[in-house]
Design a protein around this ligand. Sequence first.
Ligand SMILES: *Cc1c(COP(=O)(O)O)cnc(C)c1O
Length: 395
Amino acid sequence: MDLMQKKTSGKNLQPDTVLAHTGRDPGDFHGFVNPPVVHASTVLYPDVETMASGGQRYSYGRRGTPTTEALENAITELEGAAGSRLANSGLNAVALACLSCLKAGDHFLIPDTAYGPTRHFADTVLPNLNVVVEYYDPALGENIRSLFRPNTTAVFVEAPGSLTFEMQDIPAIADAAKGIGATVLMDNTWASPLYCKPLELGVDLSIQAGTKYIVGHSDVMLGTIAASAKAWPGLNSLHGAMGVHVAPDDVYLALRGLRTMSVRLERHYKNTMAVIDWLRDRPEVGAIRYPALETDPGHAIWKRDFSGASGLFAFDFKEGTTADQSARFFNTLNLFGLGFSWGGFESLAIPVKLKGIRTATQVAPNFQSARLHIGLEDPKDLISDLEQAFEKAFT
Ligand SMILES: *Cc1c(COP(=O)(O)O)cnc(C)c1O
């Protein structure tokens, strides 16, 4: 069928075009634009010979369906990877990626600024497997070499850092890691595969909490892991061995979210800049943590390695702000929901306590801080909401 010729792979198309065409082949499904939602466990074989040869495209629901394969193919193409696997959540993707390249006796470096639950996984699961976890200062670039041991086999990176938004010199770290044959893993959730291409920066395993911008509508938990040729066999094998399977309706929603990710991100970015521009002049606000700001310490690296910024940032309340004032601010917000996660169409806010969350570096401020996710609402309304909350909190 002619429609089957409409493959996008290998054609060097622009990312927006890839998002519209990747992970679907209407020729496979009678011309319907989207792949079907296949609910499946058993797949039937025509005869014992086919069953024995393993020559059939699908073998069992857990091993993959046209629905899961469509999203995996899309992620593989978007990330420029050798292969991709889906996970049940972003955290599950982190855990699977780590387990796919670590074994007993290994030394594993993790930035001090990694996502909190990633640290929890590393602190509670990996020691039982006799993996030695060491946290490092995210500001280390090529000097990460000074921490390498004979058994260092993997280095994790995450930029910008969780809650504090430090950038990392990923090409320098990846280069150093390559020198000792170590695998580099990156949690790239903040930038999405549109604004940062980890594999092009030297990363082997690129992790997304698909829950955030890929799904984009706060209604599905899902993770993705894209692997380089070096990391793919390990990832594929571990993923199969662990029996990970993501339900087809959720995969379908992620695939649907992916189609509009670029236009959503563009608006998240624009709205965020508008809100930050306003926040900068507020007397209640101290430091703003967002690498796209030219005053941010990570701005030069962001500009070099990323092609855009998303809707998540943090700010400190001015010095001397009390816990009561901070609580009143959050309690008074109307349009900003008070809740965890981010990446959906709606704006969110959470109070952040920086004290005590780092072990390898100092987080200086004992300030009251806020993390905001700027959604797709009109920024004028978001600014009005913030303004009335500041006024009620600080008078
Ligand atoms: C949310 C998040 C995760 C975890 O994703 P879940 O789908 O919530 O498990 C991992 N890394 C980062 C940076 C995140 O923001």
